[in-house]
Design a binder for this molecule. Structure first.
Ligand SMILES: [Zn+2]
Length: 318
């Protein structure tokens, strides 16, 4: 009887043990399946993301290739002078002297630029630059008419570079067509030439080279201007002296952010009549760059620089 009970207990233990093992094995299988499922899901998602990003890259590449073809086509047609505007303004060509671009490594150079002048502020800026023995670049506009002549002359006599910004600085007008752009540019080009005897070779687009106002025709304008020998420059540091509430502190924040990060910053400032803050900030800006080991030069000694797109041309431009 006892032996029978013992063997029953033994079998029960065996049964319990086997059941436990079975449950554990089943649980492990479940866990393994769950983990594998998650891994596969993650892999699938990664693959899906990679696939999507490849599709985006492909469509960008296609767009760029298309753009390249369009540029080529434009250059070819302009070379053959098929556009009516290519035949206008016979004198509006500049033959650039071989550019003396300073590209020596390790040298830090800041390029101060002033848009939308001249004005009385320009004279204060010129005095300051003279005192500091610094050369800068001025992209001028035509709103002062003949009264601008002595200031334009002084910009040149002081050894600065004078570039064309726009005669009217009216986005809707100048970006209405390539003809309209050329007409406005030519007006300013002639005004500078008459006042100073200098044929400006550098220019800056109002609002930047690609902005919300010119995106339909910027390629044509750029091609035409390059064909005529001009070089255009955007900027790499916006001092933000043209925002609604500029302050010397905010301007210095933008300047200081570029120090150490950019070895050849192109600094956007404005010398329009209302930009008194710029005159106030300028000595601090010069000091900040000097203390950080930068020297100063004019843009015609720098390689071309352009920004891809300015969504808010109204803010930096005017
Ligand atoms: Zn401007």
């Amino acid at each position: 009887m006892r032996t029978k009970q013992k063997s029953l207990k033994f079998y029960r233990k065996i049964y319990m043990f086997v059941s436990l093992i079975t449950v554990i094995v089943l649980l492990m299988v479940c866990v393994a399946q769950f983990v594998l499922g998650r891994i596969m899901e993650t892999n699938y998602k990664n693959l899906e993301n990679q696939h999507n990003s490849l599709l985006v890259q492909l469509s960008q590449a296609q767009k760029e290739a298309q753009k390249g073809v369009e540029y080529e086509e434009l250059f070819r047609r302009q070379g053959e002078e098929e556009f009516p505007y290519s035949k206008q303004y016979d004198h509006l060509y500049v033959k650039e002297e071989p550019r003396q671009v300073n590209t020596s490594k390790g040298q830090k150079i800041a390029y101060l630029t002033f848009d939308d002048g001249p004005s009385d502020n320009t004279l204060k800026i010129l005095d300051l630059l003279k005192k500091e023995k610094i050369k800068a670049t001025f992209f001028v506009v035509g709103h002062m008419g003949k009264e601008a002549k002595p200031i334009l002359k002084r910009i040149v006599e002081d050894g600065h570079t004078i570039g064309i910004h726009s005669y009217s600085h009216d986005y809707d007008k100048i970006y209405g067509s390539v003809e309209a752009y050329l007409e406005d540019f030519n007006q300013m080009f002639e005004m500078v030439y008459e006042a100073t005897g200098v044929k400006s070779t550098v220019f800056r687009f109002p609002g930047g080279s690609i902005n919300a106002h010119n995106r339909m025709i910027y390629q044509q304008i750029i091609s035409e201007m390059l064909r005529r020998g001009f070089s255009y420059y955007d900027w790499t540091v916006d001092s933000q002296d043209a925002t609604r509430n500029p302050s010397v502190e905010k301007m210095m924040g933008n300047i200081n952010a570029s120090i150490g990060r950019q070895s050849r910053p192109v600094v956007l400032m404005h010398d329009a009549a209302s930009k008194k803050m710029t005159v106030e900030a300028l000595p601090k800006i010069i000091r900040a760059y000097r203390d950080a080991g930068y020297s100063f030069d004019t843009l015609d000694h720098r390689e071309i620089c352009f920004f891809p797109y300015q969504a808010e041309p109204g803010i930096p431009g005017k």
